[in-house]
Ligand binder design. Structure first.
Ligand SMILES: *Cc1c(COP(=O)(O)O)cnc(C)c1O
Length: 396
């Protein structure tokens, strides 16, 4: 694998040099105001990225999966009812975690490639007149299928039913790359990690709680120790963690947040959308289809591409790594072998995306697929040429 080529997996994403350098720092006393100078800008910056005035941000040494566990274990009791849809590998894994935590999950099976079934959620919530459902899970962006869902519609389903359930949103592959509105959508717990939109190595779970979720944590009885937000808050009040924080990663997060906010959130989202549009046009020019069923659910951070029946899509990923030193994402779960994924999030430009498209074309042609070299690249080039990027003058 060449370290010179960008990666096109949907996380971990490419790391800008400034972030790598920020992660690499001397040891400091992690129970001192020096650490506070890293911690507090991180908490503040994440809140801004979520478009929230009041969310309580918690950062744990973990990954997105630990963020899921933080959401569940701090707010719920064993046996609590949770409503969730299964429309991909990540929603599936969060459901599995709920079950292992003795929660009673009402699962809405949803075809992979479709978004969250918000009408079905609305029907179920309206019928739950005793308010037995304690929490609703929503995966904002299904990284397995390249499908985004409408979180505002989930909030509306709750409000229309006048239902008090907490709304938990997995934003691991959307936050910091796609628009996320914690306050406006009435999110109660949002979960993300460091290695996707934040352009860092894996190692941080970033979890944000509403006042309502904090209130629920005061009486919730599921066991928690490492992920207890109360202990974490006491740590923060003294510029510390309850245990040893990953200081270098957090210094990297501080740098990442500065870069994202300097670029401007709306510019970051527009950049992701523009790059994604080029990728989608390339896929169409190849004569291939996305796993995402309809344009309203197309993800701006990852494209999951179906290959023809009888072709093993994973061969494209293996071949790209072996022959060209480039990483694409394999199909997961139900769509393993039927799709490959191009991740287009984090530190990426149109020019980098074109190199990925060119590589995918070489691989597909090498493996005997009916792909005209340059066809997808040309479609993306035409789009990028006629929709110029916002070029930032400061070195990014
Ligand atoms: C990557 C991802 C996760 C899992 O995160 P880890 O950091 O690997 O634990 C969860 N949900 C979604 C949507 C993801 O893309």
């Amino acid at each position: 694998m060449s370290f010179q080529n960008p990666v096109f997996i949907p996380g971990p994403t490419n790391m800008p040099e400034a972030i790598r350098q920020a992660c690499q720092m001397p040891t400091i006393d992690h129970r001192s105001p020096l650490f506070g100078d890293i911690l507090h800008p991180c908490l503040e910056g994440v809140r801004k990225v979520l478009k929230s005035e009041s969310a309580k941000v918690f950062i744990f040494p973990s990954t997105g999966t630990g963020g899921w566990e933080t959401a569940l274990s701090n707010t719920l009791d064993a046996g609590d009812k949770v409503l969730a849809a299964r429309n991909g590998m990540f929603s599936h894994r969060w459901i599995d975690m709920c079950q292992r935590h003795s929660l009673d999950v009402q699962i809405v099976e949803t075809p992979w490639g479709h978004g969250l079934p918000t009408e079905e959620y609305a029907r179920i919530l309206a019928a739950d007149t005793n308010h037995e459902i304690a929490a609703v899970l929503a995966t904002h962006n299904e990284t397995a299928t390249g499908v985004k869902s409408d979180i505002a519609a989930v909030r509306k389903a709750l409000d229309d039913a006048d239902h008090p359930a907490l709304l938990f949103v997995d934003g691991v592959s959307s936050i910091a790359s796609m628009d996320f509105r914690f306050d406006e959508w009435g999110v109660d717990v949002a979960v993300t990690g460091s290695q996707k939109g934040f352009m860092l190595p894996a190692g941080l779970a970033i979890v944000c709680f509403s006042e309502k979720a904090i209130a629920a944590s005061k009486t919730a009885t599921l066991p928690r120790t490492f992920f207890d937000i109360k202990d974490m808050q006491s740590g923060y009040d003294a510029n510390a963690f309850p245990y040893t924080p990953p200081v270098g990663l957090m210094n990297g997060l501080k740098q990442s947040l500065e870069m994202l906010l300097d670029e401007g959130l709306e510019n970051v989202f527009a950049r992701h959308h523009r790059i994604a549009e080029g990728v989608r046009l390339a896929v169409a020019a190849w004569g291939l289809e996305l796993c995402a069923a309809t344009p309203d659910v197309y993800s701006d951070t990852v494209s999951t591409i179906r290959t023809p029946d009888g072709f093993n899509a994973t061969d494209i990923v293996t071949h790209a790594a072996d022959v060209y030193g480039v990483a694409f994402g394999v199909g997961l779960g139900e769509v393993a072998g039927k799709v490959f994924r191009i991740g287009h999030l984090g530190s990426l430009t149109d020019v980098m995306a074109l190199s990925g498209l060119a590589t995918a074309e070489m691989c597909m042609a090498d493996l005997g697929m009916d792909i005209k070299l340059g066809s997808g690249v040309a479609a993306a080039q035409e789009f990028y040429r006629s929709n110029p990027a916002l070029i930032l003058t400061e070195a990014a």
